[in-house]
Design a protein around this ligand. Structure first.
Ligand code: ARG
Length: 401
């Protein structure tokens, strides 16, 4: 009996060719697994195609809830944004898909897992490292990394083996889509000077064409998790989908980024993350109101570390568990509502409220009702400024700035 391998199957050209290639090169039976993380494709057609091109078994699993609850929302609570702009949509889906491959491999008695990543990107790292963590007994086969075929050669290989070449192959872009965002690279985008053509965007209108009137939306949070949109309670999947539409209509969520890959390459990628853009802004605004200055300052450091570990494929690591414990603890009081204004590509927080608010009107106000004791300020400043006074006396060059 042939050994089995569980392949992450997207239905695209590369993973379809991979089914055939693994059979030929490794003599293994391929079980195709397609994780539904919200790519909005006809997944039954994808499943059938896997069988048609030679998989012995093909499974489609709805992972949308898991993706949102176990991956996306914890990253949102952490404010995990890579290099200040990338909401990590692709990066977050990889450990989920890899875990699924490992689970299916163990269930099916397979000896290996497989993915369609090339040898130049981050995704191969995320798949391989997650497999190493969760299924160290499994081999990883990465056909696109091994076969060294160009796009044209892959198309020729597919044609030779009567693998249907989808029309979308004519598109010059490499696109990855899930519930949290779209990632687009290649084609003209490889010229960092070239403005992205409108056709790369699918979820957002051009800010120029957005409505002349702003739209206000309210996001309700409970412990750092969005639970309501415009006062309506919604599950995570529905809330994100709904918010994509509202923000996308106002041109919010376009990101053009030159980023640093783990493998040392700088690359140019376009992201669309309408819901993410709004939710990160709203979440941070609520934290600004409910966390102390020290919590906020340290949390920023944690956020950068959190984003890096997600980007670099270390989801299943003790480091992540440690940071997660801190982040979860910080979210105890991040409950409340944030009002956001969407207007011609911008997303601006214009209001926030929380029953755990540390903002106290009676302390902040310059009007009647002020309870801040101004007479205590000089004594405080006396002590706060003491080290500066001593230093300027003893080391007079301190003043030479
Ligand atoms: N640069 C992003 C990352 O490393 C996305 C990679 C996938 N992009 C794509 N267009 N296929 O997470």
């Amino acid at each position: 009996m042939a050994e089995k391998v569980v392949l992450a199957y997207s239905g695209g050209l590369d993973t379809s060719a991979a089914i055939r290639w693994i059979k030929e090169e490794h003599g293994m039976d391929v079980i195709a697994v397609t994780a539904d993380v919200g790519a909005e494709k006809d997944l039954e057609a994808v499943r059938k195609k896997a069988l048609k091109v030679g998989a012995v078994k093909a499974l489609v699993m709805d992972m949308r809830e898991t993706f949102v609850n176990q991956f996306v929302f914890p990253a949102l609570q952490a404010d995990a944004i890579y290099q200040g702009v990338y909401p990590l949509a692709t990066a977050l889906s990889r450990p989920l898909i890899a875990r699924l491959l490992v689970d299916v491999a163990h269930k099916e008695g397979a000896s290996a897992v497989s993915h369609g990543c090339t040898g130049k990107g981050n995704d191969q790292v995320r798949f391989d490292v997650t497999t190493a963590a969760l299924g160290p007994d499994l081999k990883v086969i990465a056909p696109a990394r091994d076969w060294g075929m160009t796009r044209e050669q892959t198309i020729a290989y597919a044609k030779k083996h009567r693998i249907p070449v989808p029309v979308t192959v004519a598109s010059p872009y490499s696109i990855d889509v899930n519930l949290w965002g779209r990632s687009v690279e290649c084609g003209v985008l490889e010229d960092p000077w070239a403005e992205p053509p409108e056709e790369v965007y699918a979820w957002t209108v051009s800010p120029q064409k957005a409505p002349k009137e702003p739209l206000y939306v309210e996001i309700g949070f409970e412990r750092g998790i969005p639970i309501a949109l415009n006062k309506k309670k919604l599950g995570g999947v529905a809330l994100i989908q709904e918010l994509h539409k509202l923000a996308g209509k106002h041109g919010v969520g376009r990101i053009d980024h030159i980023e640093d890959r783990l493998v040392g390459i700088k690359s140019r990628e376009i992201y669309e993350a309408p819901a993410g853009t709004v939710l990160f802004a709203a979440h941070k605004a609520l934290e600004a109101m409910t966390l102390s200055k020290e919590q906020l300052r340290f949390k920023q450091t944690v956020a950068a570390e959190y984003a890096s570990l997600i980007y670099n494929g270390l989801w299943f690591s003790s480091f992540h568990q440690d940071l997660m414990a801190y982040v979860q603890s910080t979210q105890r009081h991040v409950t409340g509502t944030v009002r956001v204004k969407l207007f011609k590509g911008t997303c601006t927080v214009v209001g926030r409220k929380s029953s755990y608010s540390l903002y106290q009107h009676k302390l902040a106000t310059y009007d009647v009702g002020d309870q801040f004791d101004q007479s205590a300020a000089p004594g405080f400043i006396q002590i706060w400024g003491l080290p500066v006074r001593v230093q300027s006396q003893v080391q007079p060059d301190t003043k030479d700035i």
